[in-house]
Design a protein around this ligand. Structure first.
Ligand SMILES: Cc1cc2nc3c(=O)[nH]c(=O)nc-3n(C[C@H](O)[C@H](O)[C@H](O)COP(=O)(O)OP(=O)(O)OC[C@H]3O[C@@H](n4cnc5c(N)ncnc54)[C@H](O)[C@@H]3O)c2cc1C
Length: 261
């Protein structure tokens, strides 16, 4: 049991959990396939994932016998960000503008952005991926010593395509499911069939590594996906620890580091 008795500790690796269950090595490639697809890694790397992070999305949680409930926000998740933004009356929102540098100026901070504008602020909250924080603010006093921790988060590029040809679907239509997995040498990729839900044979596939690629492509998108390894869990805990240590007497950059959890 992990902390607070709520389940497996996040630092237990997936291969360690399977060892403790006596799971045969020959069945592991199959068990690694889903988590590997979810995080876009090679199935041979999946044993290093945090067992709890790797399985949480597929389980109903501690108090449920059911599969997890999922919600699809109408208009996509971005619509949630915009509806929250409409309630921000004092905030100035600058979409499509990145911060390239955060530097100290006396007791304040200066944000240099991609347009070259410099904005002076009293406090900074970092809600960007940890390596980005290291890049844009690594020279701040409070962050310099966190450099190794901030760069301990491995990412994999995952490419997706929305397509009309049934690449990634079983050859026989009676075997089609809404969620399908293609396993190949060093990869495991999903294909989602929207037919049963939307009534059209449109598919969304991971296309980073699969041998057979779709040709009738409607859209493509790429993401950087964090691999939740046990090292990541430890790094998150170190950041959280820094945030707790600094609560009340540290710089704002230190406190905000805990937001990555
Ligand atoms: C394909 C895919 C599907 C997913 N599906 C689900 C799902 O169904 N359910 C779920 O719970 N999670 C899902 N996730 C995971 C979820 O998207 C992440 O856990 C979540 O977005 C992390 O939120 P965040 O605020 O920490 O980071 P992000 O959402 O990455 O937000 C960071 C923001 O910082 C901005 N930024 C970066 N650099 C700068 C800079 N220099 N200056 C200013 N801004 C900057 C970025 O543009 C971005 O908007 C999915 C992830 C992927 C890749």
């Amino acid at each position: 049991m992990g902390e607070h008795g709520t389940g497996l500790d996040w630092e237990v690796r997936l291969d360690e959990m399977l060892d403790s269950l006596g799971t045969a090595q020959r069945t592991r490639p199959l068990l690694y396939a889903l988590p590997a697809a979810l995080f876009g890694c090679d199935p041979r790397e999946a044993g290093n994932l945090s067992a709890r992070a790797a399985t949480a999305a597929f389980l109903g949680g501690q108090h449920s016998d059911h599969a997890p409930v999922t919600e699809n926000v109408r208009g996509g998740l971005e619509s949630l960000a915009w509806s929250l933004a409409t309630d921000l009356h004092l905030a100035r929102i600058r979409p499509d503008t990145g911060v390239v540098r955060v530097r100290e100026n006396g007791s304040d901070y200066e944000l240099v952005d991609t347009t070259g504008e410099v904005t002076r602020v009293e406090a900074v909250v970092f809600a960007v991926p940890p390596p980005v924080t290291a890049e844009i603010a690594g020279s701040l006093d409070g962050l310099r010593e966190l450099g190794t921790t901030l760069t301990a988060f491995p990412y994999r590029q995952v490419d997706y395509a929305l397509h009309r040809d049934p690449v990634g679907m079983p050859d026989r239509r009676e075997h089609w499911s809404t969620n399908n997995l293609t396993l190949g040498e060093g990869y495991s990729e999903t294909t989602v069939w929207y037919g049963p839900v939307h009534g059209v044979d449109v598919f969304r596939s991971q296309v980073s590594r699969r041998a057979r690629q779709p040709t009738k492509v409607l859209a493509r998108e790429s993401f950087r996906q964090l691999l939740p390894t046990t090292e990541v869990v430890r790094a998150q805990r170190r950041l959280g620890g820094c945030a707790a240590d600094e609560e009340g007497h540290g710089g704002p950059e230190r406190r905000s580091a805990g937001l990555f959890q």
